[in-house]
Ligand binder design. Structure first.
Ligand code: FAD
Length: 464
């Protein structure tokens, strides 16, 4: 017997931080609505980032920077004060800094998101329900959206929101499969790290914050052997410090700059700061508030220039490492146990005794082979939905309900997050938020991006 279709006002697809914060903001709006959040995980509010079980997997910003409430920058600090006061996170007292300067474990941040949801539910006339499952298809007509789940269940809603987060990169070159995912250990699989021979060589592809998490887990699991890291540019994330404030030099000048001009100006400001004995992170941090505007104003050529020339620099300077993790990486480097090399990844061969990767080191023509006992894939995210092998992105593309965003990063949408279809029409029913809007804003992933978008979208959905 077919189950009857369930109805809701808003269907939120994905119950990570984005979907959960949207639910919180919808609950805070006046009126009475029924909201369904469809999420295969057992808990809302976590997604990949905040499901972390390792205490050393922390936020990459301190509590003062990671509020989920756009109207209260101290929200996380206040919650954390109560949480620690009630006996939560006893290890925090080893850091000897004020609570606002602590870098909380991401698992604890997940509890914070969940508590904010529970409180919003308790105070609202609206309701939120978690439906477990993966959405595999979506249809839209003039009056409603219709979702189909992997178990065949169907849900109808006035609006649907794609809060599906990030999809891991499959690292499959056009011509042949590199086989990386098949052979590699998941960087966040803490258990898998304990099965690696502690004295063996571990290879890591990718040198961003995911690599940093993997190194923390290896250390925690008792690994004491060499760690060889390979990434295209061989750049490590800088450590996050607490720089003083700096004049918002971009606010004073709204004229559009090319990415190269922008980079030159940022570097100039950093040099001025350093000459005055001020941390270069101070001027750089002022750029963050403008990046969405600068990116959306740039034409395609400038966007490409940015991705090609500025991105590696931006990633390593802006997406900075939490201090304790950075200290560990620096110590292992100093001990000669951890090495980072610029190389492009060409393929992998798994064998019983371990794994061999094929690489071309920067400046070399020849492809070389490097072997280790295990390989960790921390090479990142697939933003091009045409390459994401999940049913929903494929169905949305097939039905013409979405089209790729600028540079095929995520999907196209208008400023409110209303999705643009294959014909170029802006949807009245289907919206997106968070990482799927990477191409629209460049930075559309961090806690603060997601928190701001959740509030704006909740206001939009309750006013139309
Ligand atoms: C390991 C890691 C660490 C991070 N650390 C930080 C940090 O320290 N600071 C910071 O600012 N940002 C950090 N980020 C960025 C982070 O992505 C955001 O903070 C936030 O998690 C984004 O939330 P999201 O809900 O959009 O995405 P996700 O957390 O990816 O959640 C999306 C959810 O959608 C679900 N989903 C996907 N497709 C479907 C479908 N078809 N049907 C139903 N459900 C579906 C998934 O199961 C998933 O739970 C980190 C990201 C990662 C991956």
């Amino acid at each position: 017997m077919t189950e009857s279709i369930r109805n809701a006002d808003v269907l939120i697809i994905g119950g990570g931080l984005s979907g959960t914060m949207l639910a919180v903001q919808l609950l805070r709006q006046p009126g009475q609505r029924h909201i369904l959040v469809i999420e295969p995980r057992a808990e809302l509010g976590r997604g990949e980032a905040y499901s972390a079980v390792e205490l050393g997997h922390t936020l990459n910003g301190n509590a003062a920077r990671m509020s989920v409430d756009p109207d209260n920058a101290d929200d996380l600090t206040q919650w954390l004060t109560d949480y620690i006061g009630a006996g939560g996170w006893p290890e925090s007292d080893q850091q000897h800094v004020p609570i606002s300067e602590l870098f909380p474990p991401r698992g604890i941040f997940g509890v914070y998101a969940q508590q904010r949801l529970a409180e919003a539910k308790a105070q609202s006339a609206s309701t939120v329900e978690h439906v477990r499952g993966e959405v595999v298809d979506l249809q839209v007509d003039e009056a409603a959206t219709l979702l189909t789940l992997d178990n065949g269940q169907q849900l109808r809603g006035t609006y649907a929101v794609l809060a599906t987060g990030m999809f891991p990169a499959a690292r499959t070159p056009q011509t042949e499969s590199s086989g990386l995912n098949a052979a590699a250990v998941d960087p966040w699989d803490v258990q898998a790290m304990t099965h690696i021979d502690p004295q063996s060589t571990v290879l890591i592809i990718g040198s961003g914050l995911t690599m940093v998490d993997a190194v923390v887990s290896l250390e925690q699991a008792g690994h004491r052997g060499p760690i060889e890291i390979f990434s295209r540019h061989g750049l490590l994330p800088h450590v996050r410090r607490q720089p003083p404030s700096w004049e918002d030099f971009l606010a004073a000048d709204h004229s559009l700059r090319s990415p190269r001009q922008l980079l030159r100006e940022v570097r100039r400001q950093c040099r001025i700061a350093q000459a005055r004995g001020i941390d270069w992170q101070a001027p750089l941090d002022t750029v963050r508030a403008h990046i969405g505007r600068l990116w959306s104003q740039a034409d395609e050529r400038e966007k490409r220039q940015f991705v090609r020339h500025v991105r590696p620099w931006w990633e390593s300077h802006h997406h900075r490492s939490p201090p304790l993790s950075a200290q560990l990486v620096a110590r292992l480097q100093a001990e000669g146990r951890l090495r980072i090399q610029a190389a492009s990844f060409k393929g992998v061969v798994a064998s019983d005794g371990g794994v061999t990767v094929r690489l071309r080191r920067r400046g070399e023509q020849a492809v070389t082979q490097v072997s280790g006992a295990a390989l960790i894939n921390s090479s990142g995210i697939e933003y091009d939905w045409r390459r994401v092998a999940r049913p929903l992105p494929q169905q949305l593309l097939k039905r013409g309900l979405i089209r790729p965003g600028p540079l095929a990063l995520g999907i196209a949408a208008d400023v409110s997050g209303a999705v643009v279809d294959a014909e170029g029409d802006v949807s009245l029913r289907l919206f997106a938020m968070g990482p799927p809007l990477r191409g629209m804003w460049w930075e559309s992933t961090a806690v603060t991006d997601v928190a701001l978008q959740a509030k704006a979208l909740a206001l939009k959905l309750t006013k139309i």
